[in-house]
Design a protein around this ligand. Structure first.
Ligand code: ADP
Ligand code: MG
Length: 341
Protein backbone atom coordinates (compact mmCIF):
# COMPACT_ATOMS: atom_id res chain seq x y z
CA UNK A 1 0.00 0.00 0.00
CA UNK A 2 1.20 3.53 -0.63
CA UNK A 3 1.88 5.79 2.35
CA UNK A 4 -1.01 8.14 3.01
CA UNK A 5 -2.35 10.41 5.73
CA UNK A 6 -5.19 8.88 7.71
CA UNK A 7 -8.54 10.65 7.61
CA UNK A 8 -8.88 12.68 10.81
CA UNK A 9 -11.83 10.60 11.97
CA UNK A 10 -9.79 7.41 11.67
CA UNK A 11 -6.80 8.91 13.48
CA UNK A 12 -9.17 9.93 16.26
CA UNK A 13 -10.71 6.47 16.42
CA UNK A 14 -7.30 4.96 16.82
CA UNK A 15 -6.55 7.40 19.64
CA UNK A 16 -9.92 6.53 21.20
CA UNK A 17 -8.83 2.90 21.24
CA UNK A 18 -6.26 3.76 23.89
CA UNK A 19 -8.37 5.60 26.42
CA UNK A 20 -12.02 4.92 25.65
CA UNK A 21 -12.42 1.34 26.66
CA UNK A 22 -16.00 1.39 27.90
CA UNK A 23 -18.76 3.79 28.98
CA UNK A 24 -17.10 4.53 32.33
CA UNK A 25 -14.00 5.80 30.48
CA UNK A 26 -16.22 8.36 28.79
CA UNK A 27 -17.74 9.38 32.11
CA UNK A 28 -14.26 9.79 33.57
CA UNK A 29 -13.10 12.10 30.79
CA UNK A 30 -16.26 14.19 30.82
CA UNK A 31 -16.42 14.55 34.59
CA UNK A 32 -12.76 15.55 34.69
CA UNK A 33 -13.46 18.20 32.07
CA UNK A 34 -16.32 19.57 34.15
CA UNK A 35 -14.16 19.69 37.25
CA UNK A 36 -11.36 21.39 35.32
CA UNK A 37 -13.96 23.97 34.24
CA UNK A 38 -14.63 24.77 37.90
CA UNK A 39 -18.03 23.08 38.09
CA UNK A 40 -19.58 22.64 41.53
CA UNK A 41 -22.67 20.76 40.38
CA UNK A 42 -22.68 17.76 38.10
CA UNK A 43 -25.58 15.73 36.84
CA UNK A 44 -24.74 12.43 35.13
CA UNK A 45 -27.52 10.77 33.15
CA UNK A 46 -26.93 7.25 31.91
CA UNK A 47 -29.13 5.13 29.68
CA UNK A 48 -28.64 1.42 29.15
CA UNK A 49 -25.37 1.21 31.02
CA UNK A 50 -24.02 4.10 28.95
CA UNK A 51 -24.18 2.41 25.58
CA UNK A 52 -27.35 4.31 24.65
CA UNK A 53 -26.49 7.60 26.35
CA UNK A 54 -24.02 9.32 28.64
CA UNK A 55 -24.93 12.90 29.37
CA UNK A 56 -23.15 15.19 31.77
CA UNK A 57 -24.38 18.63 32.69
CA UNK A 58 -22.23 21.04 34.66
CA UNK A 59 -22.29 24.61 35.93
CA UNK A 60 -18.67 25.31 35.00
CA UNK A 61 -17.04 28.09 33.00
CA UNK A 62 -18.37 26.89 29.65
CA UNK A 63 -16.88 27.08 26.16
CA UNK A 64 -17.46 30.17 24.01
CA UNK A 65 -19.08 29.81 20.61
CA UNK A 66 -15.78 30.57 18.84
CA UNK A 67 -13.95 27.87 20.74
CA UNK A 68 -16.50 25.08 20.39
CA UNK A 69 -14.92 23.65 17.20
CA UNK A 70 -11.51 23.69 18.86
CA UNK A 71 -12.80 21.89 21.94
CA UNK A 72 -13.77 19.00 19.64
CA UNK A 73 -10.48 19.00 17.73
CA UNK A 74 -7.62 16.69 18.59
CA UNK A 75 -4.58 18.10 20.39
CA UNK A 76 -6.54 21.21 21.32
CA UNK A 77 -6.51 22.12 25.00
CA UNK A 78 -6.89 25.20 27.15
CA UNK A 79 -4.94 23.61 29.97
CA UNK A 80 -1.28 23.70 28.95
CA UNK A 81 0.69 25.83 26.57
CA UNK A 82 4.18 24.41 27.03
CA UNK A 83 6.11 21.45 28.39
CA UNK A 84 6.94 23.63 31.36
CA UNK A 85 3.24 23.80 32.31
CA UNK A 86 3.12 20.02 32.42
CA UNK A 87 5.68 19.91 35.19
CA UNK A 88 3.36 21.53 37.68
CA UNK A 89 0.05 20.44 36.18
CA UNK A 90 -2.98 21.20 38.34
CA UNK A 91 -5.77 20.24 35.95
CA UNK A 92 -6.99 16.67 35.49
CA UNK A 93 -6.80 16.87 31.69
CA UNK A 94 -4.11 18.25 29.41
CA UNK A 95 -3.88 15.97 26.36
CA UNK A 96 -6.62 17.64 24.39
CA UNK A 97 -7.78 14.27 23.10
CA UNK A 98 -10.86 13.20 24.99
CA UNK A 99 -13.62 15.05 23.15
CA UNK A 100 -12.08 14.35 19.75
CA UNK A 101 -11.67 10.67 20.57
CA UNK A 102 -15.15 10.22 22.03
CA UNK A 103 -16.81 12.07 19.18
CA UNK A 104 -15.11 9.79 16.68
CA UNK A 105 -16.74 6.70 18.23
CA UNK A 106 -20.17 8.07 19.19
CA UNK A 107 -22.68 10.81 18.37
CA UNK A 108 -21.43 13.59 20.59
CA UNK A 109 -22.93 17.03 21.03
CA UNK A 110 -21.35 19.74 23.10
CA UNK A 111 -23.71 22.48 24.28
CA UNK A 112 -22.32 25.37 26.24
CA UNK A 113 -22.91 28.84 27.54
CA UNK A 114 -20.22 30.85 29.31
CA UNK A 115 -21.79 33.35 31.71
CA UNK A 116 -20.55 36.29 29.60
CA UNK A 117 -22.24 35.00 26.42
CA UNK A 118 -25.94 35.79 25.80
CA UNK A 119 -26.78 32.75 23.74
CA UNK A 120 -25.89 29.08 24.19
CA UNK A 121 -24.44 27.15 21.22
CA UNK A 122 -24.27 23.54 20.30
CA UNK A 123 -21.54 21.80 18.33
CA UNK A 124 -21.05 18.36 16.86
CA UNK A 125 -18.75 16.87 14.27
CA UNK A 126 -19.39 14.74 11.26
CA UNK A 127 -17.48 13.15 8.43
CA UNK A 128 -13.94 12.06 7.78
CA UNK A 129 -12.41 15.46 8.45
CA UNK A 130 -14.50 15.96 11.59
CA UNK A 131 -15.56 19.49 10.67
CA UNK A 132 -17.64 21.03 13.44
CA UNK A 133 -21.24 22.08 12.83
CA UNK A 134 -22.74 24.82 15.01
CA UNK A 135 -26.29 25.76 15.94
CA UNK A 136 -27.83 28.05 18.56
CA UNK A 137 -29.25 26.23 21.58
CA UNK A 138 -30.95 26.79 24.88
CA UNK A 139 -28.83 26.09 27.97
CA UNK A 140 -28.11 27.72 31.33
CA UNK A 141 -24.55 28.85 32.22
CA UNK A 142 -22.32 25.79 31.95
CA UNK A 143 -21.90 22.84 29.65
CA UNK A 144 -23.68 19.66 28.64
CA UNK A 145 -21.92 16.90 26.77
CA UNK A 146 -24.27 14.31 25.35
CA UNK A 147 -22.73 11.08 24.09
CA UNK A 148 -25.16 8.80 22.29
CA UNK A 149 -24.65 5.34 20.83
CA UNK A 150 -21.11 4.77 22.01
CA UNK A 151 -19.08 2.54 19.63
CA UNK A 152 -21.90 2.53 17.05
CA UNK A 153 -19.23 2.66 14.32
CA UNK A 154 -16.66 0.39 16.00
CA UNK A 155 -18.29 -3.04 16.29
CA UNK A 156 -15.12 -4.65 17.62
CA UNK A 157 -15.23 -2.38 20.66
CA UNK A 158 -18.96 -2.74 21.09
CA UNK A 159 -18.59 -6.50 21.24
CA UNK A 160 -16.46 -6.25 24.36
CA UNK A 161 -19.08 -4.39 26.35
CA UNK A 162 -20.70 -6.35 29.17
CA UNK A 163 -24.28 -6.21 30.38
CA UNK A 164 -25.86 -2.83 31.06
CA UNK A 165 -25.69 -3.60 34.74
CA UNK A 166 -21.97 -4.33 34.69
CA UNK A 167 -21.22 -1.24 32.63
CA UNK A 168 -23.33 0.85 34.96
CA UNK A 169 -21.51 -0.58 37.98
CA UNK A 170 -18.24 0.64 36.48
CA UNK A 171 -19.74 4.10 36.15
CA UNK A 172 -21.06 4.00 39.70
CA UNK A 173 -17.59 3.06 40.96
CA UNK A 174 -16.01 5.85 38.95
CA UNK A 175 -18.42 8.35 40.49
CA UNK A 176 -17.50 7.08 43.95
CA UNK A 177 -13.87 7.83 43.22
CA UNK A 178 -14.80 11.31 42.11
CA UNK A 179 -17.09 11.79 45.12
CA UNK A 180 -14.16 11.06 47.44
CA UNK A 181 -11.86 13.41 45.55
CA UNK A 182 -14.09 16.51 45.54
CA UNK A 183 -16.16 16.91 48.68
CA UNK A 184 -17.15 20.42 47.60
CA UNK A 185 -18.87 19.26 44.41
CA UNK A 186 -22.44 18.04 44.29
CA UNK A 187 -22.84 14.90 42.19
CA UNK A 188 -26.00 13.26 40.95
CA UNK A 189 -26.13 9.98 39.06
CA UNK A 190 -29.25 8.74 37.24
CA UNK A 191 -29.72 5.50 35.34
CA UNK A 192 -32.62 5.03 32.90
CA UNK A 193 -34.37 8.12 34.33
CA UNK A 194 -34.10 6.84 37.90
CA UNK A 195 -32.05 8.56 40.57
CA UNK A 196 -29.32 6.19 41.77
CA UNK A 197 -26.83 8.35 43.72
CA UNK A 198 -26.84 11.76 45.18
CA UNK A 199 -23.79 13.19 46.87
CA UNK A 200 -24.55 16.63 48.28
CA UNK A 201 -21.60 18.99 48.66
CA UNK A 202 -20.10 18.90 52.14
CA UNK A 203 -17.87 21.28 54.10
CA UNK A 204 -14.48 20.06 55.32
CA UNK A 205 -15.96 19.39 58.76
CA UNK A 206 -18.64 17.09 57.29
CA UNK A 207 -16.40 15.06 55.02
CA UNK A 208 -17.04 11.95 57.05
CA UNK A 209 -20.71 12.13 55.93
CA UNK A 210 -19.71 11.71 52.33
CA UNK A 211 -17.20 9.00 53.17
CA UNK A 212 -20.05 7.17 54.91
CA UNK A 213 -22.25 7.59 51.83
CA UNK A 214 -19.57 6.10 49.57
CA UNK A 215 -17.97 3.52 51.88
CA UNK A 216 -20.88 2.69 54.16
CA UNK A 217 -21.07 3.19 57.92
CA UNK A 218 -19.40 -0.17 58.51
CA UNK A 219 -16.25 1.64 57.42
CA UNK A 220 -16.76 5.03 59.07
CA UNK A 221 -17.87 3.53 62.41
CA UNK A 222 -14.48 1.84 62.83
CA UNK A 223 -12.04 3.82 60.70
CA UNK A 224 -9.10 5.59 62.27
CA UNK A 225 -8.64 9.18 61.11
CA UNK A 226 -5.15 10.43 60.45
CA UNK A 227 -3.35 13.61 59.44
CA UNK A 228 0.43 13.53 59.27
CA UNK A 229 2.73 16.17 57.88
CA UNK A 230 6.48 15.88 57.44
CA UNK A 231 9.20 16.76 54.93
CA UNK A 232 6.80 18.60 52.66
CA UNK A 233 4.50 15.57 52.51
CA UNK A 234 1.02 15.38 53.94
CA UNK A 235 -1.08 12.26 54.39
CA UNK A 236 -4.63 12.41 55.69
CA UNK A 237 -7.79 10.36 55.55
CA UNK A 238 -9.18 7.23 57.12
CA UNK A 239 -7.97 3.68 57.43
CA UNK A 240 -9.90 0.67 58.75
CA UNK A 241 -8.33 -1.23 61.65
CA UNK A 242 -7.44 -4.85 60.77
CA UNK A 243 -10.69 -6.37 62.09
CA UNK A 244 -12.80 -3.95 59.99
CA UNK A 245 -10.90 -4.41 56.74
CA UNK A 246 -12.84 -5.84 53.84
CA UNK A 247 -12.42 -9.18 52.17
CA UNK A 248 -12.24 -7.56 48.76
CA UNK A 249 -10.15 -4.76 47.39
CA UNK A 250 -13.22 -2.64 46.67
CA UNK A 251 -12.56 -0.19 49.47
CA UNK A 252 -9.16 1.15 48.51
CA UNK A 253 -9.06 4.78 47.57
CA UNK A 254 -5.77 6.58 47.34
CA UNK A 255 -5.39 10.09 45.97
CA UNK A 256 -2.20 11.87 45.04
CA UNK A 257 -2.76 15.61 44.80
CA UNK A 258 -6.42 14.97 44.18
CA UNK A 259 -5.96 12.28 41.54
CA UNK A 260 -7.08 8.74 42.24
CA UNK A 261 -4.15 6.35 41.93
CA UNK A 262 -3.69 2.61 41.97
CA UNK A 263 -0.04 2.09 42.30
CA UNK A 264 2.03 -0.91 43.35
CA UNK A 265 4.41 1.10 45.49
CA UNK A 266 1.57 2.84 47.35
CA UNK A 267 -0.31 -0.45 47.89
CA UNK A 268 2.83 -2.04 49.18
CA UNK A 269 3.48 0.73 51.70
CA UNK A 270 -0.03 0.46 53.12
CA UNK A 271 -0.02 -3.32 53.21
CA UNK A 272 3.29 -3.26 55.08
CA UNK A 273 1.88 -0.87 57.65
CA UNK A 274 -0.57 -3.58 58.69
CA UNK A 275 2.25 -6.09 59.16
CA UNK A 276 0.99 -9.44 60.40
CA UNK A 277 -2.10 -7.98 62.05
CA UNK A 278 -4.17 -8.53 58.94
CA UNK A 279 -5.42 -12.05 58.43
CA UNK A 280 -5.14 -13.67 55.01
CA UNK A 281 -8.78 -13.18 54.08
CA UNK A 282 -8.71 -9.42 54.43
CA UNK A 283 -7.15 -6.58 52.49
CA UNK A 284 -6.40 -3.02 53.63
CA UNK A 285 -9.43 -0.76 53.41
CA UNK A 286 -8.83 2.97 53.29
CA UNK A 287 -9.53 6.42 51.94
CA UNK A 288 -6.24 8.31 51.91
CA UNK A 289 -4.94 11.53 50.47
CA UNK A 290 -1.30 12.27 49.81
CA UNK A 291 -0.38 15.86 49.13
CA UNK A 292 3.02 16.98 47.93
CA UNK A 293 4.48 19.67 45.69
CA UNK A 294 3.36 18.99 42.09
CA UNK A 295 6.96 19.10 40.90
CA UNK A 296 7.66 16.00 43.02
CA UNK A 297 5.32 13.76 41.01
CA UNK A 298 4.91 12.86 37.36
CA UNK A 299 1.32 12.12 36.40
CA UNK A 300 2.01 12.06 32.68
CA UNK A 301 2.65 8.33 32.62
CA UNK A 302 -0.30 6.82 30.77
CA UNK A 303 -3.61 8.48 29.90
CA UNK A 304 -5.78 5.78 31.44
CA UNK A 305 -3.56 4.02 33.95
CA UNK A 306 -3.50 5.14 37.53
CA UNK A 307 0.22 5.12 37.98
CA UNK A 308 2.42 7.83 39.26
CA UNK A 309 6.13 8.48 39.46
CA UNK A 310 7.66 10.14 42.48
CA UNK A 311 10.98 11.97 42.52
CA UNK A 312 11.67 10.55 45.98
CA UNK A 313 9.87 7.24 45.79
CA UNK A 314 11.63 5.71 48.80
CA UNK A 315 10.83 8.65 51.06
CA UNK A 316 7.20 8.67 49.98
CA UNK A 317 6.90 4.93 50.57
CA UNK A 318 8.40 5.12 54.04
CA UNK A 319 6.37 8.17 54.97
CA UNK A 320 3.13 6.37 54.09
CA UNK A 321 4.23 3.19 55.83
CA UNK A 322 5.15 5.07 59.03
CA UNK A 323 2.07 7.27 59.08
CA UNK A 324 -0.42 4.46 58.54
CA UNK A 325 1.37 2.17 60.99
CA UNK A 326 1.30 4.81 63.72
CA UNK A 327 -2.35 5.60 63.06
CA UNK A 328 -3.27 1.92 63.36
CA UNK A 329 -1.29 1.62 66.59
CA UNK A 330 -2.89 4.73 68.08
CA UNK A 331 -6.29 3.42 66.99
CA UNK A 332 -5.66 0.05 68.62
CA UNK A 333 -4.58 1.70 71.88
CA UNK A 334 -7.64 3.96 71.90
CA UNK A 335 -9.93 0.96 71.39
CA UNK A 336 -8.13 -0.98 74.12
CA UNK A 337 -8.71 1.89 76.55
CA UNK A 338 -12.42 1.97 75.71
CA UNK A 339 -12.91 -1.76 76.27
CA UNK A 340 -14.31 -2.74 79.62
CA UNK A 341 -11.79 -4.76 81.63
P1 ADP B 1 -8.27 18.28 27.72
O1 ADP B 1 -9.21 18.09 28.87
O2 ADP B 1 -7.10 17.37 27.79
O3 ADP B 1 -7.90 19.72 27.54
P2 ADP B 1 -10.55 17.52 26.10
O4 ADP B 1 -10.66 16.97 24.73
O5 ADP B 1 -11.09 16.70 27.21
O6 ADP B 1 -9.01 17.84 26.38
O7 ADP B 1 -11.24 18.94 26.13
C1 ADP B 1 -10.79 19.93 25.20
C2 ADP B 1 -11.06 21.33 25.72
O8 ADP B 1 -12.47 21.57 25.73
C3 ADP B 1 -10.61 21.58 27.16
O9 ADP B 1 -9.26 21.96 27.22
C4 ADP B 1 -11.56 22.70 27.59
O10 ADP B 1 -11.06 23.95 27.21
C5 ADP B 1 -12.83 22.42 26.81
N1 ADP B 1 -13.86 21.71 27.62
C6 ADP B 1 -14.17 20.40 27.55
N2 ADP B 1 -15.18 20.09 28.40
C7 ADP B 1 -15.51 21.24 29.03
C8 ADP B 1 -16.49 21.59 30.04
N3 ADP B 1 -17.31 20.67 30.59
N4 ADP B 1 -16.55 22.89 30.43
C9 ADP B 1 -15.72 23.81 29.87
N5 ADP B 1 -14.78 23.53 28.94
C10 ADP B 1 -14.68 22.27 28.52
MG1 MG C 1 -10.29 16.37 29.18
Amino acid sequence: MPIRLLPISLANQIAAGEVIERPSSVVKELVENSLDAGALQLVVDIEKGGRRRIRIRDDGAGVSKDELPLALARHATSKIASLHDLEAIQSLGFRGEALASISSVSRLTLTSKPAAQQQAWRAWVEGRDMQAELAPASHPDGTTVDVEDLFFNTPARRKFLRTDKTEFNHIDELLKRIALSRFDVRLTLNHNQKSVRNYPAVSPAQRIDRVARVMGTAFTDHAVALTVEAMGLKLWGWVAPPHACRHQADGQYFYVNGRMMRDRMLNHAIRQAFGDRLDDERVPTYVLYLELPPTEVDVNVHPAKHEVRFQQAREVHDFILQSVREALQAGAEATAREMPS
